[in-house]
Design a binder for this molecule. Structure first.
Ligand code: T1G
Length: 697
């Protein structure tokens, strides 16, 4: 008998139990164990009905993703499903936690299903660049009809137990928390009532209803925008449509063909890398698992501006009271007003209830004095980027805050050690860099100073999980990981326009790669005056920062979307960037002033200069230990800067392209353009010499 799947009988119920932590994934051992246990149940004359249940925190959460890309060992998943569906004894599945992917496919290959009310079910394969490959695209529509099956499978979103009951995915919901007891009682009832086997493959009523409908083409059309650049969502629609056009076994064959196409697509590798990277970043090198974590039950925020307000919402959303301190009442009222408006917008969209709006607003209070920070566990400073002002604030916090409070800065570029030097407790100072809009963007770039204690590092990583962010811990340098690489890309994008490209040509190369928006459209969203102020601050500090045509735009009050004109112009009520001949003229004048004769620039050169300069910088960041692993950089870029997850992140993408190709181009641009940004990273050269990749680090 397998270790991970056992069989025993309770009364007239044969019980098949899976116990394979952490999430009972359908590894080869579990698949073989499921078949062996079923055979035992079939032979057990005392068993009138069979029950499938799982130990641990969840029902089967899918195929074992770690086995992907390796040769599939028999029995394969579809085979296991066939065995369960063809059982001649009623087969019941009892669901707790999550029944996902192959897990839900196993449950709907059974004849009856019960779930705890806290359970959720879903087919999230599309998030891994795949589609349900064990009958999900053929059996689910037989239960739910076309529309819901298309929604669930092309989005990968989970549905809760109550909705699953309404949809006919499960037959019963139990409000208790003991799935084994609920499962046994439900199975016994099936036996007592002499319920027959009921194979989903034979259900056709929901198929009839949607046969020949244009719902499939409608979905394909809606995916054009929502799933831009993605491969598998469209294959999902093809597979589900097959269920309405082909008999079950042929539909299964079609599903398998489409599944194989997705498995072979590079997007699968990118998305699975992103899946595991998102989980690996929480395991910080050199930080012991049992490092003590401080309790964070109250938070203070300095600044009620866009960032301060968004940050406050994250804590109120998880029930942690927040005090926001501002210098003036009017700024405070404005900030709190924007927070309430954001919540009310979410309520209008049905994402939260009006009661939740009030509950969360009740957790956010405003103040004009630092005295209200005396007892808070964590303070996050979110004022504009000025070192002198930040040091003044941290000196005041040092004087007011209790011992053990964590003092954090939301700075996006400035030196954490210098900010910490304004206090007598640098070990309690850390960077917590949120991304705008802070209540939406998933990334939290936590920045360790040279004196930040392990306890504080562990605590801010735990805070990230608590407020449902993806936390990445990085080292302290100008711009940390994300902005340091972004600034290199930005500078190259500027140079490319100086030399002859247009802003829209550069942006199109980046959006074609899969970014939601290009360099210049992004700067218009953030406001091009932000970069201008930083450049002016550096110029005032005596740094030689070259002139740029963007400065001329700012001086003409073209600040971006907020003034309806920046690098692009914008129409009332639209965020769509429209190329503006006025800007082309400003750029042409700037080139003349600088004595530059513009030249034709290819999209390939734009791609290489914008992306390879980032990857070269990423390699330097790894060299310096600012990031521990290449996957840390990938997660920063996927969750903070919109790098397409289906390419796995910039460093994973570089490995896919081949580091030798990247190095060759970097060396070429170093020869042609010069500049530190193109000086080949020693690590990049070393990896190429050793035939290794960033993934090997
Ligand atoms: N395979 C292997 N490992 C998995 C796994 C899986 N399916 N799911 C989770 N893990 C590991 C994860 O890496 C982590 O490991 C630990 O479990 C806890 O996960 C044919 C082809 C279930 C909702 O896409 O969404 O079925 O870091 O930190 O926040 O149609 O994990 O501790 O070493 O995420 O409580 C479809 C993926 C597969 C579900 C739990 N299934 N998993 O979330 O914990 S494709 C999925 C999740 C498929 C068939 C196809 C979540 C979760 P470690 P965690 P969590």
């Amino acid at each position: 008998m397998s270790e991970v799947v056992t069989y025993n009988r309770e009364g007239t119920v044969g019980v098949i139990t899976v116990n394979y932590p952490p999430v009972n994934a359908l590894s080869h051992a579990v698949r073989s164990g499921l078949v062996a246990a079923l055979e035992q149940g079939q032979k057990d004359s005392g068993a009138k009905v069979l029950l499938l249940v799982c130990e641990g925190r969840t029902f089967i959460a899918g195929a074992d993703i770690r086995e992907f890309g390796k040769p599939m060992q028999s029995p394969g998943l579809p085979e296991v499903m066939d065995h369960y569906e063809n059982s001649d004894k009623p087969m019941v599945a009892a669901i707790h936690g999550t029944a996902l992917g192959g897990g839900l496919e196993t449950a709907i290959a059974c004849h009856y299903r019960i779930a705890l009310s806290s359970a959720r079910v879903g087919l999230p394969e599309v998030k891994l660049g795949l589609l349900p490959g064990a009958g999900g695209t053929q059996r689910l529509p037989r239960l739910t009809g076309a529309k819901k099956a298309l929604e669930m499978i092309t989005t990968g979103e989970f549905v809760d137990a109550r909705e699953a009951l309404e949809l006919g995915i499960v037959d019963a919901v139990d409000d208790g928390d003991d799935i084994k007891a609920a499962g046994l009682a439900f199975a016994q009832k099936i036996a007592d009532e002499g319920k027959p086997v009921r194979r989903v493959r034979d259900l056709t009523e929901k198929l009839e209803a949607d046969k020949g409908s244009d719902v499939f083409d409608q979905f394909r059309a809606s995916l054009e925008k929502k799933a831009r650049g993605l491969f598998s969502p469209f294959k999902c629609v093809d597979a589900i449509q097959a269920a309405f056009e082909l008999p079950f076994d042929e539909g299964m064959k079609r599903e398998r063909e489409l599944f194989t196409e997705c498995m072979e697509s590079p997007q699968r590798a990118g998305l699975i890398h992103a899946f595991f990277a998102e989980r690996e970043v929480s395991k910080v090198k050199g930080l012991a698992k049992d490092t003590p974590v401080r309790d964070i039950n109250s938070v203070g925020i300095i600044g009620a501006g866009t960032m301060g307000g968004g940050i406050a919402m994250n804590f109120a959303n998880v029930g942690i009271p927040v005090t926001i301190v501002e210098v003036k009442q009017e700024a405070l009222d404005k900030g709190l007003g924007i927070i309430r408006k954001n919540y009310e917008n979410s309520a209008k969209k049905g994402r939260i209830s009006q009661q939740q709006v009030e509950e969360r607003m009740a957790l956010i209070s405003g103040s004009l004095t630092y005295d209200d920070f005396k007892e808070v566990d964590l303070v996050i400073e979110a004022v504009f980027e000025n070192m002198a002002i930040k040091k003044e604030i941290f000196a005041k916090l040092d004087a007011v805050c209790k011992h053990g409070a964590i003092l954090a800065s939301n700075t996006s570029t400035l030196d954490i050690d210098e900010i910490a030097s304004a206090t007598g407790r640098p070990e309690d100072v850390v960077g917590m860099h949120f991304f705008s809009p802070a209540n939406v963007m998933k990334l939290l770039e936590n920045v360790r100073g040279s004196k930040t204690s392990d306890e504080v590092k562990a605590t801010v990583m735990a805070v990230a999980k608590k407020i449902k962010k993806v936390g990445v811990l990085v080292g302290n340098c100008y711009g940390f990981v994300g902005n340091r690489m972004l600034h290199k890309r930005g500078a190259e994008a500027m140079s490319l326009v100086n030399e002859g490209a247009t802003p829209q040509q550069v942006d199109k190369v980046l959006t074609d790669l899969g970014y939601p928006m290009g360099q210049f459209a992004m700067s218009d969203l953030a406001g091009i005056d932000v970069g201008y102020r930083i450049r002016e601050e550096r110029r005032n500090a005596g740094e030689n920062v070259p002139a740029s045509w963007v400065d001329k735009l700012v001086e003409q009050n073209r600040l971006g979307q907020k003034t309806m004109a920046g690098v692009y112009k914008y129409e009332e009520g639209s965020r769509k960037p429209i190329p503006d001949p006025e800007v082309d003229a400003i750029i042409a004048d700037f080139r003349k002033e600088q004595g530059i004769t513009p030249r034709e620039i290819s999209d390939q050169e734009i791609l290489e200069r914008c992306m390879f300069v980032m990857i070269n910088e990423g390699a330097k960041i790894l060299e310096e230990g600012i990031a521990d692993r290449a996957l840390d950089i990938d997660v920063v870029w996927i969750y903070g800067y919109g790098f397409p997850a289906y390419r796995g992140g910039p460093m994973f993408w570089a490995d896919q392209l081949g580091l030798d190709t990247i190095l060759q181009a970097v060396e070429k641009y170093y020869d042609e353009l010069g500049g530190d940004q193109w000086k080949p990273s020693a690590l990049l050269k070393k990896l190429v010499a050793e035939g290794k990749s960033f993934g090997d680090l």
